[in-house]
Design a protein around this ligand. Sequence first.
Ligand SMILES: [Zn+2]
Length: 474
Amino acid sequence: MNHIQQVFLQSIMKQQQQEKQQQVKQEENGQKQNIQYLQKQQLLSIIQQCQQQQQPIQQASKSPTLIEIQNQVTSFFQKIILQKQTINLNNVLDQQLPYFLQIMGNLVIYGLENCPGEKEIVQEIISQYKSNPLKITMSCSLFQTIGLLFRSQLVYYDQSTKYLANFLLFRDDFCDIFFNTLYCYQITHGQSFSQQMGFTQIHQMIKKTQEDVWTAFIFKMLSQQQQKMTKDMFLLQFNQYTVSMNNFFTKSNLIMDLVEQSVKQTSKLHNDQIFQEYLLIMGSFKATTQDFLKKATQVFFEESNDLDLLQFSSNIIKIHKQMNCQILFILPMLFQLESQYLDHLVSNGIQDQQPVKNSSNYYLKMIEKLKNKCVYNGEEECNCKKCQCIRRNRNSAKESQKKKREALEKIGPLQDEYDKIQKKVKSLEKENQVITKLLLDVFRHPSLEKLASQFIEPLTKILADQESYNIDEC
Ligand SMILES: [Zn+2]
């Protein structure tokens, strides 16, 4: 990255942070604002309905399109949110789906069943959806409204339903990312186009039956559903991705909240695996984001200025292998993990534990530690407190390294002298050994044997001294 790009990105990051901060504030009054927003929406839809009623002849001759039916379901759900009613769901689906999809499918059908007007067509759609829920598709406003229903905890199926309020797909800050990446265009009645997100696409993200599902998802996300991805686009979108993910790890989320509530000793093994995986994903996000960005910018745009899906796919495999991590797949991985966790909670039942802040909760400790880690890891680009601190530490470490080196340089000549002395000592020792041997041989001579008793004692002492001297040296 050159300097201008850096400055550019920094200003974007700052702006995004400010926006996020504002968003957090907004979320605090979220309920109020949502209702205000919905009141406006409802007003709009009422106006639309009025307009439709003014053209009864045209409307009667034409059966409603899918999008028109979806709009009716949407406004039905919006009324429920405004009136704060609770929807009690029963399972009407034959197929077994991941928990969140199961509930969402039942909710869509519930909406359709309460849809006014053209019963025949709606019934047809309902029976189609019941036998194959993967055929369900949603318009943007229908999906957003469903997300809001879950966030407001107005849907009840079983005791696990409340956890959907914090599920990635329904979160205020992620639902648009998912929709904008997963939608396809659908033509209804050969005339009007509409953007639809299908259960099939969502289901594939969880099941990952094809290896390239996540690659395609990330490519669509980073290229904003364009055929090609330019370098500028990549830098911009990747940064946005980093900001969103950072926000995800910092604020409360489904797994994090349950980690906080569970005590390590009592959490089952499977929970441990999920927490471990969460920790791994979070850790690799915090540790490798910047390295990845540098490497990816080089590798992606080595040969040309833009990438198509195929080039992107082969490059991404290469980089992930080289870096031994899957940094780009963090969002799909978390999506899958949260879904697995929900399924686990449903099948194992939830022990409603008292929220315990246990100091022995290893995962919580690790997560808290990681939370405080900045993805920039002390690089010059970032001016946050953590990075400043890391830079200070690095500088002081460098300083002490420098001092050590200088001290070693001064020691140099002394070392030479020491080595010389050491050599001298060694040669003296050898001489000593030779003399000792000689002396002992001499005293073994028959003519000197009688004298030996006088000399043997001092000689033994000399030998002993020499041995102890050798031990000291070691
Ligand atoms: Zn930083």
